[in-house]
Design a protein around this ligand. Structure first.
Ligand code: AGP
Length: 613
C-alpha cells in the first residue's frame, strides 16, 4: 500500500511525478502529495483524496524543479487527512520524505525525539522517521545518506523511502525493506517508484532494491548501492519487458473490464512456451529445477490471501485429484501466527499477483527458516515474493491494475493446472491418454474463454435485475466451490453488496435460513460429477422462493426450467472448468458495480497491493 515515485535529472519533475502517481493510485488513494526541490528550498503540495485533488491545489504555474518525490497513500497510522499526507518535512523543513510501509517502533522513537525538542504535525510514523534522520544528521554531523542509514538501523518495520534535502540538488537517497522500490536508470537521470509503471516510457533499465539496501542516486557520482550495514553492493541492472499499452485502458471504461476481456490472451501467455502440445509435454522451467523435491514432498502447503487464496483452493483440488499429493491451503496471515509444523520435506507455494503481499511474504520467510522449499507463483516479475522463493513460475498475465483481481486468478489457475499435470505424469498417477486429453483441452482454453466472454450482454441484463439487492449467495461444489468464493469476493469488493460464498451442499447447514424472495443465489452448476446434487440444491432454494442465477454448461435443458436466469458456458473437462465459470461471475459483479455508481478500479478502503500485515 502507498505508492512512491521520484525523479532527478534534467527534465521538469512535476509532470513525471503526477503521471507516475496516477499509475500508482492502485496502491492507495487516501491522499497524494509531491515535494519539489528548487532554489526556493523544498516545496510540498499535498491533499487528502486522489491525485486529481492534489492537482487542484497546485499554483497555476507549477514551481520549476528537476528533482522531486511524490506519494499516494493508503492510510495506516493516522486518518486520511491533509496533515497525514506525504511527503513529510522534518522539523526544520530541510529534509522531506515519502514512505511506503510501517515503522513499528515509531512510538518509542517519537517519545525520545519529543524529549529532544521535536514537535510533530501529523499522526504518522513517517514524520517520526524523517525527524529521526534530521536528529542524527545534526547530532552526528554526517551527510544525508549516512543519517538515513543510521536511522534505518534503529527502526523496526517495513519501508520503501525516498529522502531529499534542502540545498542538495544532486541527490535522492532511497532505501527498502519489506516494501518494493525500483530505480529506473535513464540518460543522466534517475527515476524511482514502487513499481516500474511510472517510468516505463522513459527507460527500460531498472534496478530492484533488495531487502535492507540503500541507494544514493547522484547526478554527479552515479548510483551508489550499499546495505544498511554499510556493505558496498554492485547494482544488478535488468531490462524491463513491460510495454506502455499494457498499463493503459486501451479504450475500455475501466481497467477491470479490460482485464476481464484480456483473459484469452493472458491464459495464452501463461501457457506459451510451457504447454508443448505437439510434443505432448509441459516445460515449466522453475519447476523442473525442483521436481524431485516436489515428487518426494510429504505435502504441499499453499499460502496466499484473497483471490490468490481462492486460486490456491482450486490448486488443492487439481493437485490432490491428479497427482495424489496432500495439499493444505492456508491464509498466509493465519499460517504464520499459529506456530505451524513445517519440515524440510514440505513444499510451500506462495501465490500472489503482486508478489508484495506482506502476509504472504512473512509466511514464506517463516517456512524458509524452518527448511521448507519455497515455490512462488507471482505475476509481477522481480517482486519480493518472487525473489524470496527458491524457485517459481511467473503467471505472465501482464500488469493487473484494477484492484479487483480477474486475469491474475485465471492465470494462477492455469499455472496450477500445468503443475498438477506435470506432477501427475511424473508420479504416474494419470494415464497417458488422460494427460493428452487434458493438455489438448488446456491448449484450447483461450478460445473457450473468448467464447465465454460473449455472455457479457446477458450478465449486464442480470446485473440490471439484481443491482439493488442487499445480499447475495454464491454456491459451487468441488473445484467450483473456490469459484463461488471468488464470485462473492468480487461482488462485495467492488459493489459493496454483502455476498457469501459457500459449498453448495453446506447451504442446508445454515445459510438456507437466509433464503427468501429477496435473496438471489448465484450457482455454478456446470456438467460435473456433482451436477445432480447441485440441481437438488437449486430445487431446495426454489422451494423457498429464492432467486437463482445459474452458470450452466451449454445445452443444459434441466436447470433452465428451474432457474430464474441461466448463463451458458462452453463444456470443458471439470478440472478446467474454473477457467470458464469464473468469467460470468466477474462480469455480473462488474456490471452491478457500474450500475451502482461505484468506483470500479479503486474500490473504497482497498488497495491493490497489501504491503502491511
Ligand atoms: C482481489 O480481488 C483482491 N483485491 C485481494 O483479495 C487480493 O487478491 C489479495 O490482496 C492478494 O493479493 P496478491 O495476489 O497480490 O498477493
Amino acid at each position: 500500500m502507498c505508492g512512491i515515485v521520484g525523479y532527478i535529472g534534467p527534465k521538469e519533475a512535476y509532470p513525471i511525478l503526477v503521471k507516475g502517481l496516477k499509475r500508482l493510485e492502485y496502491r492507495g488513494y487516501d491522499s497524494a502529495g509531491v515535494a519539489l526541490l528548487n532554489g526556493n528550498g523544498i516545496e510540498i503540495f499535498k491533499k487528502q483524496g486522489k491525485v486529481i485533488k492534489m492537482e487542484g491545489i497546485m499554483p497555476s504555474e507549477t514551481p520549476k524543479a528537476t528533482l522531486g518525490i511524490g506519494h499516494t497513500r493508503w492510510a495506516t497510522h493516522g486518518i486520511p487527512s491533509d496533515e497525514n499526507s506525504h511527503p513529510h518535512y522534518s522539523q526544520s523543513k530541510n529534509i522531506a520524505i515519502i514512505h511506503n510501509g510501517i515503522i513499528e517502533n515509531y512510538a518509542s522513537i517519537k517519545e525520545r525525539l519529543q524529549g529532544r525538542g521535536f514537535t510533530f504535525k501529523s499522526d504518522t510514523d513517517t514524520e517520526v522517521l524523517v525527524n529521526l534522520i534530521e536528529d542524527i544528521l545534526l547530532s552526528e554531523k554526517v551527510a544525508l545518506a549516512e543519517a538515513v542509514r543510521i536511522a534505518l538501523n534503529q527502526v523496526v518495520g517495513a519501508y520503501a523511502i525516498a529522502v531529499i534535502e534542502e540545498g542538495n540538488h544532486d541527490q535522492i537517497v532511497v532505501a527498502k525493506k519489506g516494501s518494493p522500490l525500483v530505480i529506473g536508470i535513464g540518460e543522466g537521470e534517475y527515476y524511482i517508484a514502487s513499481d516500474a509503471t511510472p517510468f516505463i516510457e522513459y527507460t527500460k533499465q531498472a534496478v530492484y532494491l533488495e531487502e535492507e539496501e540503500l541507494a544514493i542516486l547522484s547526478l554527479s557520482n552515479g548510483m551508489e548501492l550499499k546495505s544498511i550495514t554499510n556493505e558496498i553492493k554492485t547494482p544488478y541492472v535488468q531490462e524491463l519487458e513491460i510495454e506502455l499499452e499494457s498499463i493503459e485502458k486501451g479504450g475500455y471504461d475501466h481497467f477491470m473490464l479490460k482485464e476481464i476481456n484480456e483473459q484469452p490472451k493472458s491464459i495464452f501467455d501463461t501457457l506459451r512456451g510451457r504447454l508443448l502440445v505437439n510434443e505432448g509435454t509441459i516445460q515449466l522451467g522453475g519447476f523442473n529445477e525442483f521436481k524431485n523435491k516436489f515428487l518426494s514432498a510429504d505435502r504441499i502447503i499453499i499460502v496466499a490471501c484473497g483471490t490468490s487464496w481462492h486460486a490456491g483452493l482450486v490448486a488443492e483440488y487439481l493437485i490432490e485429484d491428479l497427482a495424489r499429493i496432500p495439499v493444505e491451503v492456508e491464509y498466509a496471515s493465519e499460517f504464520r501466527y499459529r506456530n505451524p509444523i513445517i519440515t524440510e520435506r514440505d513444499i510451500v507455494i506462495a501465490v500472489s499477483q503482486s508478489g508484495e503481499t506482506a502476509d504472504t511474504l512473512s509466511a514464506i520467510k517463516l517456512a524458509k527458516e524452518k527448511g521448507a522449499t519455497i515455490f512462488g507463483v507471482c505475476n509481477v516479475v522481480g517482486s519480493s515474493i518472487a525473489r524470496e522463493a527458491h524457485a517459481g513460475a511467473y503467471t505472465h498475465a501482464g500488469p493487473e491494475i484494477g484492484v479487483a483481481s480477474t486475469k491474475a486468478f485465471t492465470a494462477q489457475v492455469t499455472i496450477f493446472t500445468l503443475i498438477a499435470l506435470t506432477l501427475a505424469r511424473k508420479k504416474g498417477t494419470i494415464t497417458e491418454s488422460k494427460f493428452r486429453q487434458l493438455i489438448n483441452e488446456l491448449d484450447g482454453m483461450p478460445d473457450k474463454v473468448a467464447e465465454t466472454l460473449k455472455v457479457d450482454a446477458q450478465a449486464k441484463y442480470i446485473a440490471s435485475v439484481y443491482k439493488d439487492v442487499a445480499n447475495c449467495l454464491f454456491l459451487g461444489r468441488g473445484i467450483n466451490f473456490p469459484v463461488a468464493l471468488e464470485g462473492a469476493l468480487k461482488l462485495k469488493e467492488i459493489s459493496y453488496i454483502h455476498a457469501e460464498g459457500y459449498p453448495a451442499a453446506e447451504m442446508k447447514h445454515g445459510p438456507i435460513a437466509l433464503i427468501d424472495e429477496e435473496m438471489p443465489t448465484v450457482v455454478v452448476a456446470t456438467k460435473t460429477e456433482h451436477y445432480e446434487k447441485v440441481v437438488s440444491n437449486i430445487q431446495e432454494i426454489k422451494a423457498r422462493e429464492g432467486k437463482i442465477i445459474a452458470v450452466v454448461t451449454q445445452g443444459d435443458t434441466v436447470i433452465s426450467k428451474i432457474a430464474d436466469h441461466v448463463i451458458e458456458v462452453p463444456y470443458v473437462d471439470e478440472r478446467l472448468s474454473p477457467l470458464v465459470t469464473s468469467i460470468p461471475l466477474q462480469l455480473i459483479s462488474y456490471h452491478i458495480a457500474v450500475m451502482r455508481g461505484c468506483n470500479i478500479d479503486q474500490p473504497r478502503n482497498l488497495a491493490k497491493s497489501v504491503t502491511v500485515e
